[in-house]
Every structure is written in structure tokens, then in C-alpha cells.
Design a protein around this ligand. Sequence first.
Ligand code: UDX
Length: 447
Amino acid sequence: MALKITVIGTGYLGATHAAAMAELGFEVLGLDVVPEKIDMLSAGRVPMYEPGLEDLLRRHVAGIEGSTGRLRFTTSWEEVADFGDVHFVCVNTPQKHGEYGCDMRYVDAAFSSLAPHLRRPALVVGKSTVPVGSAERLARLLADLAPVGADAELAWNPEFLREGFAVQDTLHPDRIVVGLESAAAEKLLREVYATPMEEGSPFVVTDFPTAELVKTAANSFLATKISFINAMAEVCEAAGGDVVKLAEAIGYDERIGAKFLRAGIGFGGGCLPKDIRAFMARAGELGADQALTFLREIDSINMRRRGQMVGMAREALGDGTFLGKRVAVLGATFKPNSDDVRDSPALNVAGQIHLQGGQVTVYDPKGMDNARRLFPTLAYADTALDAVRGADVVLHLTEWNEFRELDPAVLGEVAASRVILDGRNALDAERWREAGWTFRAMGRPRA
Ligand code: UDX
């Protein structure tokens, strides 16, 4: 009989994982403690913008016309415990308020709520990004609380999905990493991931700490690549070099690789910034803090880029002040194809300029609602054209396709002055210059 799967926590990761498991052919029950989320998902609606996710969900949610009916949602721990052979824990692990460490309260609550109902053998699989050592602690908690005792087993299976590509990354992962302690757990997880494995996804079996570390190490490496190229951008700015050419040229070396070398205002979002900080905090607890001191530099290079963008904008305005100046900000989300504004470099830059007296108007194709909630004091426009109307300087801060396709001539007619700064190195400088704009980009020479 086919395995029955539950997914605990239906945020970004959980909603995608639940729909993907149904797509792979399993019966799936998703749980969330927020009833409104369950109502929305049960009606086939996704509470965030993620390309392809709503379609995938609607293909499987029970009660939707034409669906397979393999996917349902509930708020009942008892129902989930009775239903599942494999329980995936997908709750979030944000940064602790005011400190670097990782807030484990949702993971702990999920395990403590599920375990006392486990009356039949089950594999509980952690997917959340956690400090190394958590799995070992949670395995003990499970053994202590589950009525079925040792027949409730733990495995750790970190998730590497990127926002904007969540469906593709979940159905066709680069690799599947599992930390486990028994052959039975490995057999179950090989069954769960049989389809992506047949399609070529490597399956890496290891122990708990290594599985936990793979995730934080991967994100630290990605953050390092971005801060490396941003450090090179700073040197290019000082020396008159071109970081875009430099990135292209070093990227041809296969050992370096061309990806994740786009210089600009740096990384943000709900993962990279908090993961490198939590990793440093955990290494400190383990007495290995020296190993990760470089991550502090990665973080500060990244945060510095935001300030540098603000400085570039101030300089572009000529008289060294934002007072009485109108600034158009194109982009609010931390990256394109997402409505996520968590730790968004774009909004951070917009907020800094606002605090320094500039009149900032923001436009983003998908992130407006979330941005308005986070920064209610900024002004928002319904289109890029409206944001640019009357602007003394335009800042391009999130590289949506919509912004690449803007017509510089049309925007030039409504802007108060034709000055644009590209904080993502994604616009075609020549097109803008031909239309009479002063175009500057981070880490690139002035024309
Ligand atoms: C990241 C990891 O990529 C993913 O594997 C992990 O599971 C979760 O964290 P995500 O946060 O969705 O995914 O975004 P990602 O595509 O990694 O981009 C992160 C940030 O880096 C964005 O703000 C993006 O604009 C920035 N970035 C990325 C750059 O500044 N330059 C680059 O070259 C690439």
C-alpha cells in the first residue's frame, strides 16, 4: 500500500512540500495551527506568491473539481498522528528577537504536540533549518513522549528550495540529503523520494549532525559567494574596474562557476541572513566560533552594500541631501518572483532614505501588500510609471523582468530628472543612456 504522508506547518516550505508529495502520488494530510491557513489551502488558495504552486495545489486538494483528491488539510494533531506513516516537520525557525541564535519554539512545539499522539509506528522527518545538535535532542524527546516508544523514529532531511523556484526545486531537487539512524528509516525515505531519484537526484545518506550542517554550510557558501563579489565591487568602485565583466571572467573557471556572482545591494530574505547568524551563534556554543568568524565579515559586507546604495543615491542628487527630494524605488521584495519582503535589501534602502528626509515612492509587482504592512510610512504607487513620476532619482533595487522591459523614453518624460541607479546590475545601461538617462550601477565605471 502506498505510504501516507503528513506535512506539519504549511508555510512556504510545508505548502510546497505537501503539494509536491501529492504530485508524486502519495495521500497527504497537511497540518497547521492557524485555522485561516487551513481554510485557504483547503479552498485551493496559497497564502503567498509562488509561481506554479497554486496550480499544483489545485491539482490535488480534495473537493476541487477535477483534482486527484490526494491532499487534505487539518488542525488536528490526533488526526495527523493516526493518518501518517511519515510525518514531515516543516515549521519555520526564525532568528531570535534581538540576538543571533535560531528560535526553535515552533519546532519544539510541533514535536511536543505530535509525539504524545503517536500510537503506531512512524518516521518523523525534520525539514526545518535548525542548529546542529537539534536532531539528537528531538530524537530523545520523541522517544520520551511517543506512546509507541522506539517505533517512532526520527530522520533529518534538510530542504534547499529557493523562493520563486519552490515547485521545481521540490519536485526535481539537486540532491536529497537524509540524516538517519536505521535501515528502516532509509528504506522509507528511498520510497518517498523514488521518483526524483529515478530522474537523477543524488541521495546522500548520513548522520544527524552532518545532515543539519549540510544546509547551513550550503547557505553559508552561497552568502560567501555573494559577499565576495560585492567586496570585489567595492574594489572595482575604488579602482575604476567593472565587476560585471570581472564576474563573467572568473565565472568561466568551472571551479568558481558563474552563478551567484551578481553584485549589487546584497542578499536578504528569510534564509541566508538569519542562517549565517544562527550558524555563528551555534558554533560559539560548540566552542568552534573561530571557524566561522569569516561569516561575520560576510554579513557586514552584505549590510554595507545597502548603505552604499543610499550613499550613491545621495551623491547622484548633487547637493548631498535627501531633504525635499523625490526618490522612486523600483522593487520591494528581497528577490524577484516572490512577494516576500523579509529582510529585503530594497526596502531597507528605501527606509534609510525615508529616515534621512527623502520622499520615497515604492513600486513592486507582487510585494506591495507585504511592504505596506512592514513599512506603512513609505509612499506606494500602483505602477512603475507612477512611482517614477516627478522623481529626482530612480533606484532599481529588485530585478523583476517587468523593470528590464520598461521603456526608458516613456519614463524619461515623467521623471523630474533622468537619473537611474541600478542596485542589481540587471538593466541594459546602453538602452537607458541612449534615452538620455544618467545611468550608474554598483561596481561599474561611470560612462
Ligand atoms: C536560499 C537558498 O538559495 C536556498 O537553497 C535555501 O533553501 C533558502 O535560502 P532564497 O532565500 O529563496 O534561497 O533566495 P536566493 O535565490 O538564494 O537569493 C538570496 C538573496 O541573495 C536574494 O536577496 C538575492 O537577490 C541575493 N543574490 C543572489 C544576490 O545578491 N546575488 C546573486 O548573485 C544571487
